[in-house]
Write a protein that binds this ligand. Sequence first.
Ligand code: AMP
Ligand code: GLY
Length: 446
Amino acid sequence: MQVLVIGSGGREHALCRKLAQSKRVDKIFCAPGNGGISQLAECVDIKANDVISLLKFANDKRIDLTVVGPEVPLVAGIVDTFTQQGHRIFGPDQYIAQLEGSKVFSKKKMAQFGIPTAGFKVFEDAESAKKYIREKRAPLVIKADGLCAGKGVMVALSEEEALSAVDTIMVDKSFGTAGDRIIIEDCLEGEEASVILVTDGRDSVVFASSQDHKRAFDNDKGPNTGGMGAYSPAPVVTEDIEKRVESEIVAPLMKGLAEEKTPYKGVLYLGLMIVKGNPYVLEFNVRFGDPETQAILPRLKTDLVDIIEASIDGRLKDIQMEWDDRACVCVVCASGGYPGGYKKGLPIHGLDEAAEMDDVVVFHAGTKATIHDTQHPDPSTKLRIRPERSRGTTYETSGGRVLGVTGLGEDIKAAIDRTYAAVSKIDFKDIHYRKDIGYRAVRARP
Ligand code: AMP
Ligand code: GLY
C-alpha cells in the first residue's frame, strides 16, 4: 500500500521508520518531511496544515492510508475532509480533536464524565480572572484555551506571576485568539508521565508508558521546550496505575463520547500527574507525543499498520501488542539558543558513526539533506537496508530540535549509556542537549 505521513519532526521520522518495516507498505510519502525522512520516504513540499493541497495529493497519488503526526491538521478537520472523500485516514475527527484544540472543551468533558483532573474555572475576561487569583492564591496554573504550540501553559508560583500570565494571554494577546478564554487550575504536585493509546471508539490498545523532559536544561531548569528527550517505560506508571488509568480515565471517556454518538478513533495521549499514587489528567492530546514516540516505537514489535487499520475498522479487540522488554531513551540534540533564537544551516557531523552502533537510531527533526552521491537510491523503491545510513548525503541544521538520538538497552541505565555514547559521536556548532535524560527512571530502579 501507499502511505502518506503528515508532519516534519522526529515523531514523523519514527512513524515513517516503523511503517517502512511493515511488509504491507510499498511506498511512503511524507508531507513535508525532513532530511532524515527523505532516506525512507518521498518528501512532498506541502505544509502539514494545508489540508486542501494534502487532499489533492492523496487523490492524485491514490494514497491508501494517511497517518497524521501533528495536532494542527487534526484540529483543522483533516480527518473529516479526507473521510468525506473516501480516504482512509488515521486520527480523530474535528469534534474530538477539540480535546486538544480547546482546553475549555477538554476540561468540561473531564468534569462531565467524572475523570480525575485538577480543579478549574474558566474565564472570558482578565478582570474576573485576576479577582479569582487574588482570592484563590498561588500556586495556580494559567492556561490559554486554544493551541499555542505547547507555550500556552504557565505554572505560577506567586500571585504576581499568575497576574502577569493573565496579562500575557488576555491583555497582550501573545497567543492571539487562542487566549480569548483561559482556564485557571489548581496546581498539582507529583510525577508526570504519558500514556499513549490507540482506540477504535470501543476498544483500546495501550502503548508502553513514557516520560518526556520539557525543560531546556538539566535538573528540569530553564524554559519549556517542545521536549528535550524521553524514555520508555516510565516506572511511575506501575501496573496498578495503568489499570486505574484504564478504568478511571480511558473507560469513562470512551463511554461518554460513544453515548454522545461521537466515538473516538485514533491516538489518545494522556498527559498525567501521578499524585500520591493517584492518576490525574493534565491534558489530552489527540496524536502521538513528540519525543515520546521516538522512545516508544523502537520497542513496538507489532506491525503499526495492523494497529492503525484495526482502529479505523473498529477491530482493535483482535490486536495483541508485542513489546521489546528493553528500555529505550531518546536524547534531543538542539540548536544552541533553542527554544529562543538559534542559527540554521550548520553542518552536522558524525551521523553515520552514531547510526552504525547497535540498537541506536538517529531520528531527524530540524535537518535538511543535500544529496551528493548519484548512486543515492531512489526513495520510491522500497528501502530495506539500514535506512539510517546517510549514503552520500550530508545534513545541516534547519530547526530548533535537530535530532533525537535513540538507543535501546537491557535496562534504563544501559539504554542511557548507549544513547549518550551515540550522542558523543555527533556534533554541530553550538549543539545543546540535556545530560540527564531518564534520571527519574534511574532513581526509581529497585
Ligand atoms: P499541559 O499542556 O496542560 O499538559 O501543561 C503543560 C505542563 O504544565 C505540564 O506538562 C505540567 O508540567 C504543567 N501543568 C499543567 N497543568 C498543571 C497542573 N494542574 N498542576 C501542575 N502542573 C501543571
Ligand atoms: N511531549 C509532549 C507532547 O507531545 O505534547
